[in-house]
Write a protein that binds this ligand. Structure first.
Ligand code: ADE
Ligand code: ZN
Length: 337
């Protein structure tokens, strides 16, 4: 199954670039920037990656991104991610970045964006990986701050395809950001939001009704509301599920209880993503591997998940069809042995 997954063509739709910051690179960039990390070694940092909930993780995640200072740092971070996924049959990525996490440290919006963008361009050239950049608003901050961030993005519509909503979910419902999402929508950005990771199904409903999202990031808790599930199925609303993230952040107590099989059975448009792979123990292949046993290693189901990743991407209909065709060809070839 490992070899089937390794070669299966896939797209990644839920990935925080700051969440790809591997400890080795963090130490290297800290040294380059004259920063002392509060950990003695790569191993000590790894050991700190033991989370009991989303907030536990976010505290370490924001601490880690302090090391990113220059455009070159953002480039190197993104390039390291692309090198990894280029070996995982990933041909399209839509990546999040958190501008407010940088601007509040006096790192300019452009420093972050340009570093990320130049690496993605290089990845397209060298590996043939197509891409989109989605900037997320930090939901623990207020809507005014999100508006300011949206203003910063307006001159960069050529580089940014969408806006999202991330950070601490509980107590920060989508309704807090209704006006800024309306403006982002009016400006022509795609819109997505994290909802139903730790938060209740009502947050997913708000994301749909108030933010008018085109994808729900995570969405796990929809299963608590049968009417909502029916609606998500009817609307073919993509849910960007992240298995290793869910177990690492204790959203799911054990991988054997992961809701993905139930979600597939319900007819939800789900696919697999890696969220913050450096912190959660695996990139896309490892996430597929983590869930494969629960699907009885059914190659058709794994292929369906990969097809959903292209189907749900912000790409042309031709691009979606090409991705799905690549998967069909791959499965046929694989089965022919
Ligand atoms: N920021 C980075 N990863 C996140 C996640 N899984 N949920 C919310 N905010 C995040
Ligand atoms: Zn996420």
């Amino acid at each position: 199954m490992k070899s089937f997954i390794a070669g299966l063509p896939k797209a990644e739709l839920h990935l925080h670039i700051e969440g790809t910051f591997e400890p080795e690179l963090m130490f290297k960039l800290a040294e380059r920037n004259g920063i002392t990390l509060p950990y003695e070694s790569v191993e000590a940092l790894h050991k700190a990656y033991d989370f009991s909930n989303l907030q536990d993780f976010l505290d370490i995640y924001y601490q880690g991104m302090n090391v990113l200072r220059t455009e070159q740092d953002f480039h190197d971070l993104t390039w390291a991610y692309l090198q990894r996924v280029s070996e995982q049959a990933v041909s399209h990525v839509e990546i999040f970045f958190d501008p407010q996490g940088h601007v509040e440290r006096d790192i300019s919006f452009e420093t972050a964006l340009n570093g990320i963008y130049s690496a993605l361009q290089q990845g397209q050239k060298q590996f043939g990986i197509s891409f989109g950049i989605i900037m997320c608003f930090l939901r623990h901050l207020d809507e005014d701050d999100a508006f300011k961030t949206l203003e910063m993005a307006l001159p960069h519509k050529d580089k940014i395809i969408g806006v999202g909503l991330d950070s601490s979910e509980t107590g920060n419902p989508p309704s807090k950001f209704e006006r800024v999402f309306a403006k982002a929508h009016a400006e022509g950005f795609h819109v997505v939001a994290h909802a139903g990771e730790e938060g209740p199904p009502e947050y997913i409903i708000e994301a749909l009704d108030l933010l008018k999202v085109e994808r729900v990031d995570h969405g796990n808790t929809c299963l608590k509301d049968a009417e909502l599930v029916k609606r998500l199925v009817a609307e073919k609303m993509p849910l960007t599920v992240c298995p290793l993230s869910n177990t690492k952040l204790c959203v799911v107590d054990d991988m054997k209880n992961h809701p993905l099989p139930e979600m597939l059975k319900a007819g939800l448009q789900v696919m697999i993503n890696s969220d913050d792979p450096a912190y959660f123990g695996g990139y896309l292949n490892e996430n597929y591997e983590a869930i494969s046993g629960l699907l009885n290693d059914d190659k058709e189901l794994l292929a369906e998940l990969a097809k959903n990743s292209f189907q749900s991407a912000f790409i042309s209909d031709e691009g979606k069809a090409a991705g799905i065709q690549k998967i069909n060809d791959y499965v046929t070839q694989f089965n022919a042995g």
